[in-house]
Design a protein around this ligand. Structure first.
Ligand SMILES: [Zn+2]
Length: 159
């Protein structure tokens, strides 16, 4: 198993709203190498490698670099693309959207709105109600299961 235990990360906060700006070597010191590779070097994890891709657990996904809340599990869907996919973020301002014309493609890169960690890409082929697909590297997501009360609430709107 890969060691995913956290290094000491002084900027990690699930309630903080201050923007996080660190130098690259500071990030390197506080992030696990696999998180650093995706978040700071805009890497891409191997398709199908994230346990989150098919996870049905109810809860919240946070930025693994800074703790910013990014997605609720109810916005997650099975896209079959090989990465965890969501049709909407918790709030629009929880992300930054940037044009990415690398690899001969016109794509929209998605970064964490708090620490500018590279998360993945945004596509227009998602399901209703948004028609969007946030294709996100599981490595840069931290998941926390909902408490029982929230969980019941979360299950209600299922049709
Ligand atoms: Zn972040």
């Amino acid at each position: 198993m890969t060691d995913r235990s956290k290094k000491e990360n002084p900027v990690y906060s699930r309630t903080g709203t201050d923007k996080v700006e660190l130098k690259e070597d500071e990030w390197k010191n506080i992030l696990n190498p696999e998180v650093y590779y995706i978040a700071r070097q805009k890497g891409t994890e191997r398709p199908g490698s994230s346990a989150f891709e098919h996870s049905k657990e109810i809860g919240t996904f946070y930025c693994a670099a800074c703790g910013n809340p990014l997605f609720k599990s109810d916005a997650k869907f099975e896209s079959g693309c090989g990465w965890p996919s969501f049709y909407e973020p918790i709030s629009k301002s929880s992300m930054i959207y940037l044009p990415d014309n690398t690899h001969g493609m016109k794509r929209t890169e998605v970064e964490c709105g708090r620490c500018k960690a590279h998360l993945g890409h945004l596509f227009n082929d998602g399901p209703p109600p948004t028609g969007l697909r946030y294709c996100i590297n599981g490595v840069v997501l931290d998941f926390e299961k909902a408490q029982e009360a929230e969980k019941n609430y979360g299950e209600k709107p299922v049709e």
